[in-house]
Ligand binder design. Structure first.
Ligand SMILES: *Cc1c(COP(=O)(O)O)cnc(C)c1O
Length: 219
């Protein structure tokens, strides 16, 4: 089913949108089915699980860390991670910079914004992002590149609410682009949209969708 799910899904996603296959909790054998169907971007929310899978899977996979990340675990993914979606503090950002430097690389990251009405979700608000971007510590970083923003909408049936939350994320992106990254062509990504809401997200300007259960089945 994974191969069929993936090919049906791809028909609904425009070429300019990157599909990250969210494979958390799924066995390597499932990921390899997607890999053999051509999928190269995989998303995991736990450091240990991502490292275990990365160690046994092909080298041309782009690994996306999409879940909450603790600073003390950055070192385990720094050698290989393709994109960290969930950067929500200066402390975490500085640790990523430090570990990237140790590995002689520049790590791409997204700033995660809190857009859902639910209290539980992680993420910055606009003022916190501004403060972070204005800090001297951030300006001194040489081994990270902020390439955009990420957010998760509320888990609700109300499509209008979900849409309005995606619009908020898009407005944060537009604001940061204009104020901080106007001349930086690399700042162009908006990671929003999951199995239940990726179509709305794409309509609202998403450039990266993170889809799990529609590909691999329920968890
Ligand atoms: C699990 C997860 C997804 C994928 O969710 P599905 O509903 O299975 O598509 C996307 N983003 C994040 C941050 C997740 O943790």
């Amino acid at each position: 089913m994974i191969t069929e799910n993936l090919s049906e899904l791809k028909k609904t996603i425009p070429d300019h949108v990157c599909l990250v296959a969210v494979s958390k909790t799924k066995p390597v054998s499932d990921l390899m089915i997607a890999y053999d169907a051509g999928q190269r971007h995989f998303g995991e929310n736990k450091v240990q699980e991502m490292c275990e899978k990365q160690a046994v899977m092909p080298n041309d996979i782009c690994w996306h860390l999409i879940g909450h990340l603790q600073s003390n675990k950055v070192k385990y993914i720094a050698p290989f991670v393709h994109l960290i979606h969930s950067v929500d503090s200066l402390k975490l950002l500085l640790e990523i910079d430090k570990q990237a430097k140790k590995n002689n690389r520049v790590i791409s990251i997204l700033l995660q914004f809190h857009i859902a009405q639910e209290e539980t979700k992680f993420g910055l608000d606009r003022n916190e992002a501004i403060e972070l971007l204005n800090s001297n510590e951030f300006k001194a970083c040489q081994n990270i590149q902020i390439i955009g923003v990420m957010g998760m909408a509320s888990f609700v049936e109300d499509r209008n609410q979900v849409r309005s939350e995606f619009k908020i994320l898009k407005s944060h992106f537009d604001f940061l682009k204009e104020k901080f990254f106007a001349t930086d062509s690399y700042f162009k990504e908006i990671s929003m949209g999951m199995s239940g809401d990726y179509s709305i997200a794409i309509e609202e300007g998403s450039s990266i969708v993170r889809v799990g259960s529609s590909i691999f089945g329920g968890r």
